[in-house]
Design a binder for this molecule. Sequence first.
Ligand code: G1P
Length: 912
Amino acid sequence: MSTGWNFTDQMGTFRMEAPHRNSHLYFPLANEAGMMSAVTPALHGDIKTGQNTFFSTPVSADDLHNTKSNRNFWIYIEGKGAWSAAGASALQHSELFNKDTEEKVTLRAGFLWHKVIRENERLGVKAEITSFVPANQYRVELMKVAVSNTGAAEIRVTPTAAIPVYARSAESLRDHRNVTSLLHRVYVVKEGIEVQPAMTFDERGHKVNRISYNVYGTDDAGKLPLGAFPVAEEYMGEGGSLEWPETIAANRREFCLPGQEIEGYEAIGALRFDDCRLLPGESKSYIIAMSVTEDRNTDKSGILGFLNMAGFEALLKKTQEYWEEKLGRISFKSSDDKFDGWMKWVSLQPILRRIYGCSFLPHHDYGKGGRGWRDLWQDCLALLLMETDTVRAQLWNNYGGVRLDGTNATIIGKEPGEFIADRNNISRVWSDHGAWPFFTTLLYLNQSGDMDFLFEKQAYFKDRLIARSTGIDEDWTAGYGNRQKCDNGEVYTGTILEHILLQNLTAFFNVGEHNNIRMENADWNDALDMAAQKGETVAFTAFYAGNLLELGKLLKKVREERGRDRIEVAAEIAVLLDTLSQSISYDSPAEKQELLSRYYKTCRHNISGQKVLLDTARVSEDLNTKGRWLSQHIADNELVKTPEGLEWFNGYYDNRGLQVEGVRPEGVRMTLTGQVFPIMMGIASKHQTGSTIKAVDRYLFDRKLGSYRLNNNFNELKLDLGRCFGFAFGHKENGAVFSHMTIMYAFALYRQDFVQEGYQVLKSLYNISTDFDRARIYPGIPEYINERGRGMYHYLTGSASWLMLLMLTEVYGVGGNAGKLYIRPKLKAGQFDGTGTASVKTVFADRTVRLVYRNRQHLDYGEYSVKSITLDGLRLDLDLDPCQAEIDRAAVLKLDRNMEHLIEVELGAKKP
Ligand code: G1P
């Protein structure tokens, strides 16, 4: 039984009845200071600030139905017994599926707050619990509980907040759970309790601990708790549980008083408030603060400062405004309010991934925080559209992770630009890693016109791994540090352009026996990790081909428009631009590998520090030649066909060196990844794209789910390709609807002007993500949809960035072209509202712009062209290509930064 959520305003606020009737439904509460919570309708879900600082017991999605990390708030009603305002009691559970006893529960949520309203008619009580993490410098989650008497008679209640405090590293969940509880020191203070373990036992060794995990509370009259039951086992009682604790069920009153200290037990912030009488219709409210602080004093007064009703409300308002301002920088308006509201939640997701990394929400029960290299770059796609002021520094910092062999550091620290040497001796290399930085950087260059960025200097990452992790630099020690040095001992720096060249050129030469780029330990699909020897990724060969061609064009532009006739690179690198000196035969994989190892020998330990100046035009031509060669190679060798005449691209070679896709004795095999990049990068001709679309529809479109799968069923535990084939078909990287790739597919189709087809793909993902009865997730895009239609790994996914990029730069067609603002709408007739209007608000060149399309004749894409454009009411005299127009950056820069500017674009019938 469920009705799903509905938006209640245009700001993304939503409401839902009976949210407790859904499993695995969680909501994120977080801030930039690093407080990371998850909360369910029954207030399950954990609170933490990092892998080693979990406030509450770490939970996976499958733990959300038990109570180990539940926030709870109990009232004992005189004459009636105990009731959990959170719905987390054994009694309420036992009444769950009974229509006579089940409570009425409503959820309301917005940016970034969560409210559950729960009413028990039989008992005549109602509770409204509002939770949020303030958008400020404190690591605190706040919760307000308002209890009301909805019955006809006065009631007397005993209130107790009950917040279990785990207070240690996630590693101790199984490993020394009990021993680490012996480290606990619990202090009962007048506001609540503070748990400050004496030491920490984790991967960092045995250390003295200062971090404090605190639960404070107050009532609406400013009255502090009477005391606390801080020892979990005493609170629960022998044989009791968090769902039915003896302390509550028997309404015990032997609480500890401020000043008491308890050592060595699992802790709980069970704060007892004074009894209160509620007349019919009367309410009483309590505020609970759950915080993680550097020690028992730091930040305490700040946190206590908003532990009052006015402080709570003011902070909630400020938090809502903070997110609304941040997310309001890009917004879409179409004929479908629900879609527009949904996009607001999508635009939150890249920020959430910046905060949570790829860990720390209930489905993301792996990793220790942080993001991988490709995620870092792809999240920047959206962040650079939203957080325009910090993007240049972010990109520059990220380039500091590149090694001279074209690979990169894979452990990314918390600080910007912090890359850490792999301590676990996992020397994996992902073949796709070198491809993403240029894609993101090109978007930045186009948006900003900031070509100088290419010539900024940055260092390289250095550790003991060399030659794409096939060798070890025995001379490297930790004392050398993590920055590449020259022979003279100085840190070597090269331009950002040099970093980009290295990433793409080393990939070009790193081919397998079929002359495609080697798979190494996996590509985008992390789970294709069993073909390191003979595996090849044609999918990313296409991506690198596209990069080389774009890079060639970029250098041409740099030379023509900026007069840079020469570019400077490290002397060692010149060999990779072989056509400038001694060309090798690209048809020979052996010659390519030989050239690469020659280069790798020159940068084993230090490099010379010598630079050479190269002719920009010749470098540009070298890149073009390489890009063209790769494209032709794919077109000549990697198209596969079915007997019915459907043609598409083979995306992979397995570890036996065999083509993966096409008609095989076991049946037809196809991957979506294999199709996406040849189309996105323009390697596929129009005809080939058309045919590939038909093949995707035939083999990857799932009618039951209504969207596109990552691959069809190979019906084999394909140990010569990757672990994903061990996953049941239809889950995660084995044939789920994997949003990230599906969105990139839509993006690729729009990019090649297959708008109708791209729109179908986009719509399919929207429909499947918002089909609540199957997906059972709040608004937003999940990482994937499993074969039952359930949305999985919600919130933390690169799909969100791509979806924003797709909507802004392709569907609404607004973006930068070398700094100019282009306008190239690809909206379908149905996306314009009843008046023929569709609009988008965005930031360009630091100016807020609202772009309004008027399609008064309700024409479809392909039928309309741009007729006229006005900027703040003044008609612009522009060269109007039928499909697009460009506004000079100079005209944009003249606009006032502090105002919103209106660009109105009149669309009319295209001339035949
Ligand atoms: C996740 C990972 C991403 C990887 C993908 C496929 O996707 O974060 O790095 O490429 O799985 O294995 P996401 O969560 O970004 O949708």
